[in-house]
Write a protein that binds this ligand. Structure first.
Ligand code: ARG
Ligand code: ZN
Length: 879
């Protein structure tokens, strides 16, 4: 197991590998009580390394070494040393063949790293450092090798045997066993290795590439999921087309495979030619998956597919460069989703996640730059900062260069670095070389952690007809980083006149054909911009489309926000104005007496949104979602979660009572039946009717209850069934709640992906998710400690979404979480470390809460034999 005092790895200590591995020949003998792995590496000294004739060191983890031989000669004790996490061979020639045989126990692997078993099948997860749990190997992404993999297993239990590349040979073996050999022609780092063996059904399709090659597309799933593959397959084909059209990237192997597995730590993994997915991120049918799940699946399938170029053909030199592939690939999948659905809605969703969760991370003890400079456990760095902020950084490059130069830059990047393991700096260099732009200051986005704050102030000079806008940027201190330098920020804006007209933005007096929107580039701590020929005090529309991942502070009045809500030509900012208004109204009520009224202007504005069917309904559906509790907490100082919960609920109830008839009308207007499709229009209609339902139930409306019960019973899709279920679960109609929950369970008990949703709708509810109820869910027959999705759907949903209950004043929620983290730490440290996150934010809360949260962290800290994963998170949080 793990050591108790993990060591810190530094980017500054990076050295090129002393040895390279050109080819890897693997033979897996898979059995029920374990697996034997024969690995033959062709090794040679790296001409680029200054290390010279040093011993060969290979990484290992939880391996039982059976034998080592060099150029076919078995090595004797003393010629090598098995240090557990390392195999050292002291005397090696310049180039040689090393054969290592190890024994592993996939059936007992609960960490779900390396080779493990999930619902009876063998599968792998090697990123970041899982390959060392399979065999001894230089487990680092800058060692790229050609893999040949032979898998041997029982033919009955494991008819399907898969690995990367092309299947080149297959045949039968004695004792009812068989084998398949796979060859991957593309050199790759070992984190992209994959193996699957199981009794799976195959779904086939094909794709003709832009150069006319036919690609075999195959999905492998358990037989009961055979009907849930169409959406992923369709998403895959559209992703393949999109990457050709938008980036000029063609698929390179003859086969592309997707496998669904139930037990998986993350969403999915881009193994070369053999993507492995968490079942919940790939399987969908109308009856079992919500609109949200359909969209998520499309995005993740695209994401993993896009990695074939941004990640696999061009990979990372070391794990500090993780955002090189993740930030870029999230940017790519986000543009893809925007192109397939509603761009404004997609932008709103991305920004909501960023501002709620990434901003919180950036302001907490685990804050780190997009390119971190140190870590203890790399698994802890698959973060919102690496992924989402990393994507925002690439988006800013796109804004600064414009689409054409950006494409030139990406072409150059792929061409220059094809087959290489490179750095974020190489990416920026390609962008600079292709465009001629200087991104040297921009590089600070990769080096400095923390969310920049932009303080904006203005003044209108009526005599000179000049409007002056001053913007000051400041980047908060983060652990280990102070006194930060100003960053290069693209700041998109427009100015609106009194009648809602867009004013021309003349940066010099008399400028003709001045645009109504500009992207200003902020590079200094403070800038003042003058707009000429302005004859009224405008309302500024700032940071349009969220052109940079920053916080903007400007003293908009509520009147101005209402004005922007209906007039801003930028859809994102129209939404954002509504959010700011709602935040302002809710914040005013937090901890306030009942005498403080809910601002009637909010009611008027929301009434307009609910009733006016001529507005863009997809945008309206988003605007009706009030800011979440998590976002309100993120914005607060010394947050009081129960008070925030109460204030928010008070506003929703107030709106629901005032707009009761409009909500019923909105429900009915959006409820007529049509054949289910996942289109932006239909998604918006379902979202609107389910929002109406949830608001009506919050005020115990009888008609709302009837509508919900009927919708629950008659729904032909999961979005509506779940919408009705959620509304009832979060209502005071206790009898209905229990009845629909048990009906739902009976109906879907054989479908783990649906049962996960059933768990989380309860765990996230302040009505159905009190601590005793949560403990009961952990005892439920469908709960499984070994399945990360189940753990997340109960414990994660409770601590992450059921904030009023989690933050009970007596601290019981915190102790509960600490207890579960300790329990999970022994079986699955990656999942345990993720679950700690809510406690790490203890400084954000009012001391009465914060001190109790800290006590929860200390409880975890004091557990014996803490994993490196949890150790890092807990110790950094307490530092
Ligand atoms: N590369 C995968 C992706 O597409 C995620 C792998 C996560 N692995 C881990 N150990 N955290 O995003
Ligand atoms: Zn990824």
């Amino acid at each position: 197991m793990r050591t108790n005092q993990p060591k810190t790895i530094y980017l500054s200590e990076y050295r090129v590998p002393a040895y390279l591995v050109d080819t890897v020949d693997l033979r897996f003998e898979l059995f029920e009580d374990g697996a034997r792995v024969h690995s033959t590496l062709s090794v040679r000294r790296n001409p680029e390394s200054e290390a010279g004739a040093v011993p060969l060191e290979l990484d290992g983890d939880s391996l039982k070494l059976e034998s080592v031989s060099l150029d076919g000669v078995p090595l004797a004790q003393g010629q090598f040393e098995d240090q557990g996490d390392r195999l050292v061979v002291s005397q090696v020639p310049e180039s040689f063949e090393l054969t290592v045989v190890t024994w592993i126990e996939p059936q007992n692997n609960t960490r779900l790293e390396g080779l493990y078993k999930s619902s009876g099948m063998f599968c792998t997860q090697c990123e970041a450092e899982g390959f060392r749990c399979i065999t001894f190997f230089p487990d680092r992404p800058d060692v790229m090798s050609r893999f040949r993999t032979r898998i041997e297993a029982d033919s009955k239990s494991y008819p399907v045997l898969l690995s990367n590349g092309n299947d080149v040979e297959r045949g039968d073996l004695p004792d009812g066993r068989h084998f398949v050999t796979w060859e991957d022609p593309f050199p790759k780092p070992c984190y992209l290795f994959a193996l699957v063996a199981g009794d799976l059904v195959e779904k086939r399709d094909s794709f003709k590439t832009c150069s006319g090659r036919d690609i075999d597309l195959r999905m492998y799933v358990e037989p009961r999921n055979a009907e849930k593959c169409d959406h992923a397959m369709d998403s895959l084909k559209r992703s393949m087309r999109w990457d050709e059209e938008v980036y000029g990237r063609e698929y390179d192997l003859d086969i592309f495979m997707i496998v669904a597995v139930d037990d998986f730590n993350m969403g999915a993994m881009e193994n070369k030619g053999l993507n492995i997915f968490n079942s919940s991120c790939v399987l969908a049918s109308q009856e079992t998956a919500t609109d949200l799940a359909f969209q998520r699946i499309e995005a993740i399938v695209a994401h993993e597919y896009f990695h074939n170029w941004s990640g696999n053909r061009v990979t990372c030199r070391d794990w500090f460069q993780l955002s090189l592939k993740e930030g870029f690939t999230v940017f790519r999948d986000s543009c893809f989703s925007a192109d397939t659905g509603s761009p404004t809605v997609k932008r709103i969703e991305d920004v909501t996640l960023l501002r709620t969760a990434q901003f919180a991370e950036d302001a907490g003890p685990m804050a780190h730059p997009v390119r971190p400079s140190s870590y203890m456990e790399i698994s802890n760095f698959y973060t919102l900062t690496i992924y989402e902020k990393g994507a925002e950084v690439v988006r800013m490059i796109h804004i600064l260069l414009g689409p054409e130069m950006f494409r030139k830059g990406s072409d150059l990047y792929f061409e220059r670095h094809d087959g290489q393991a490179v750095t974020t700096d190489d990416f920026l260099q390609a962008m600079e070389d292709a465009s001629g732009r200087d991104l040297s200051q921009f590089r600070r986005w990769y080096e400095q952690a923390g969310t920049p704050v932009l303080e904006v102030s203005d003044e209108f000079d009526a005599n000179a007809c000049v409007y002056r806008l001053s913007i000051r940027q400041q980047i908060p201190d983060t652990p280990g980083q102070t006194n930060k330098q100003p960053q290069h920020i693209p700041f998109a804006l427009g100015l609106l006149g009194n009648r809602g007209q867009a004013l021309p933005l003349r940066l010099v007096a008399g400028e003709v054909d001045a645009p109504a929107e500009r992207v200003l580039e902020l590079t200094e701590t403070e800038h003042t911009f003058e707009f000429h020929g302005i004859d009224e005090h405008p309302v500024p529309s700032l940071l349009r489309d969220f052109s940079a991942p920053v916080r903007v502070r400007y003293p908009w009045s509520r009147e101005q926000l209402l004005f922007l809500m209906s007039h801003d030509p930028d859809g994102f900012n129209r939404w954002d104005a509504g959010q700011r208004l709602a935040v302002d109204v809710i914040q005013e009520l937090v901890g306030a007496s009942k005498d403080v009224a809910v601002d009637p202007r909010l009611v008027t504005a929301y009434g307009h949104l609910v009733s006016d069917a001529s507005l863009d309904q997809a945008l309206v559906a988003k605007m009706l979602q009030l800011p979440s509790e998590a976002y309100l907490i993120e914005l607060a100082d010394a947050a009081d979660a129960p008070a925030i919960h109460a204030a928010r609920e008070r506003v929703v109830k107030h709106l629901a009572i005032a707009l009761r008839d409009e909500l019923v009308a909105c429900y009915r207007r959006n409820a007529e039946s049509e054949a289910y499709q996942v289109t932006p229009e239909q998604i918006a209609r379902r979202s609107l009717r389910n929002t109406a339902l949830s608001w009506l139930l919050l005020i115990n409306d009888e008609e709302g209850r009837e509508l919900a019960v009927r919708q629950f019973r008659d729904a032909d899709n999961m979005t509506d069934r779940m919408g009705a279920l959620r509304a009832l679960v979060n209502s005071d109609y206790e009898d209905e709640r229990d009845r629909v929950l048990s009906e739902f369970y009976t109906r879907f008990q054989d479908d783990p992906q649906v049962i996960e949703q059933w768990f989380s709708v309860q765990a996230a509810s302040d009505r159905a998710g009190s601590l005793p109820q949560i403990r009961a869910l952990l005892e439920h027959e469908a709960f499984d400690w070994k399945n990360p999705n189940k753990v997340r759907s109960v414990i994660g949903a409770f601590a992450g979404q059921n904030l009023a209950e989690f933050h009970r004043a007596d601290g019981s929620g915190y102790d509960f979480l600490a207890e579960q983290v300790c329990r999970l730490d022994d079986s699955n440290p990656q999942i345990a470390a993720r679950l700690v996150t809510p406690l790490t934010r203890w400084k954000k809360f009012a001391p009465a809460y914060g001190e109790r949260m800290k006590a929860g962290l200390e409880l975890i800290r004091d557990k014996s034999g803490l994993s490196r994963d949890v150790y890092e998170v807990v110790h950094k949080s307490l530092a």
